[in-house]
Design a binder for this molecule. Structure first.
Ligand code: BMA
Length: 382
């Protein structure tokens, strides 16, 4: 028996033990930068301390006390105005990068997005990126225009595929342009083709088969990581509401193509639905926790919120029971985009004191606690 043969069972059993305990499964990109590997370990480590709180577009704009919009101020976020600290995690969207537009689909300049990502990273915060691209078969159609079988049209036609690679090049160029003050690449969470258990986007459930979705995901991730050598990404899989584990995994491309397990869920029709929302969200957190424990992957509520925060104690009554002691790495609420479309408290909002209660309870982590975790600097646990 050669030495390599004799050592095989040892490594095999070690792998089984690691899998069973959920410890130290490396993220999917073996070539990831050191800081990206550290962030991955940091996402799991910080979940032991609390759930990072985040908001989409938090640093780019928000609402004033009279609900008029502020746009583009320096070092401002609505969460900082009311707590003195920025969110721990900030979301950005790259929709319209595929059109070579100066601004993203919600009017935020890409140059500003880049700058905010750098500033947030420098202070130790986490950056997550979604993408609401126009329909690649016909770019004059929006992300919500469901042309028949867009994914099939891209994947089955070499010309369309090559054209789509050019679109992915724009993403790759953006990711590779994210640099810290020493010229190092900034790690970001990338969350493509989200809410795919629903059918409101062109990649949604009614517009492609599970196999087509998985194939498209693999094509995208491989193109970015292998062809374009983008090594500063953690890849997040994020469904909308789902019925059970089988439904969650129906379009799951595989443990080797996903770093973070997530889902989006919005609270609609309160107060009628309060207990149903809590129960449903808690069940879904349970599913991704089980899957996260089995695969060693961090898990998160990648989008949530109650539009216009119509319940004054929404934070402690609805969100806290869902996320407390959950093991979630983060929870992100959607943008404060308009007087009729906002999800986080702002100066004068009727949920400010309740949000502060949630913060003081230690359930959520904001900027300062996360900065002290040094997410990018500590070596991954091995
Ligand atoms: C939706 C809304 C839209 C926005 C889109 C992408 O939920 O906020 O107004 O364009 O997200 O950010």
């Amino acid at each position: 028996m050669s030495s390599s043969q004799s050592s095989f069972p040892f490594f095999q059993s070690l792998a089984i033990v690691l899998l069973a305990t959920g410890i130290s499964i490396a993220q999917i990109d073996p070539g990831a930068t050191r800081a990206t590997k550290n962030l991955y370990a940091g996402l799991k480590r910080s979940a032991e301390k609390g759930v990072m709180f985040g908001q989409q577009d938090a640093l780019a704009y928000g609402l004033n006390a009279d609900k008029s919009r502020w746009i583009g101020d320096k070092d401002r976020s609505d969460i900082k105005t009311i707590t003195g600290e920025h969110p721990a995690i900030v979301g950005y969207d790259l929709g319209h990068i595929e059109l070579d537009s100066v601004n993203n689909l919600d009017g935020v300049p890409f140059s500003r997005i880049k700058e905010d990502i750098r500033i947030n990273y420098e202070r130790g915060g986490v950056n997550t990126i979604s993408w609401h691209p126009n329909n690649p078969v016909n770019f004059s159609k929006t992300t919500w225009d469901k042309e028949e079988f867009t994914i099939r049209k891209i994947m089955s036609d070499e010309k369309n595929k090559k054209r789509f690679e050019k679109t992915l090049d724009k993403l790759a160029d953006f990711f590779l342009s994210l640099k810290g003050s020493k010229g190092e690449l900034i790690p970001v969470i990338f969350r493509p083709y989200h809410e795919h258990t629903g059918s409101w986007f062109w990649w949604g459930a009614d517009h492609c088969t599970p196999e087509e979705y998985k194939q498209f995901w693999k094509f995208t991730v491989d193109y970015l990581q292998k062809t374009r050598k983008v090594h500063n990404l953690l890849i997040a899989y994020s469904t909308d509401n789902f019925k059970n584990k089988e439904h969650y995994l129906e379009r799951y491309p595989g443990d080797n193509l996903v770093d973070i397990l997530g889902f989006d869920t919005y609270h609609r029709n309160p107060p009628k639905s309060d207990s149903a929302f809590i129960a449903n969200a808690t069940r879904m957190v349970g599913t991704i926790r089980d899957l996260g424990k089995a695969s060693g992957k961090p898990f998160a509520i990648t989008e949530t919120g109650l539009e216009q925060l119509t319940e004054a104690d929404w934070w402690t009554k609805i969100i806290q029971p869902i996320i407390k002691n959950s093991g979630l790495s983060y929870v992100l609420v959607w943008r404060n985009g308009r007087p009729d479309h906002y999800y986080a408290p702002f100066e004068g909002n009727n949920t400010v004191s309740d949000f502060k209660k949630l913060q003081q309870s230690g359930t959520i982590l904001l900027e300062k606690k996360v900065a002290s975790e040094n997410l990018y600097g500590r070596p991954a646990k091995r």
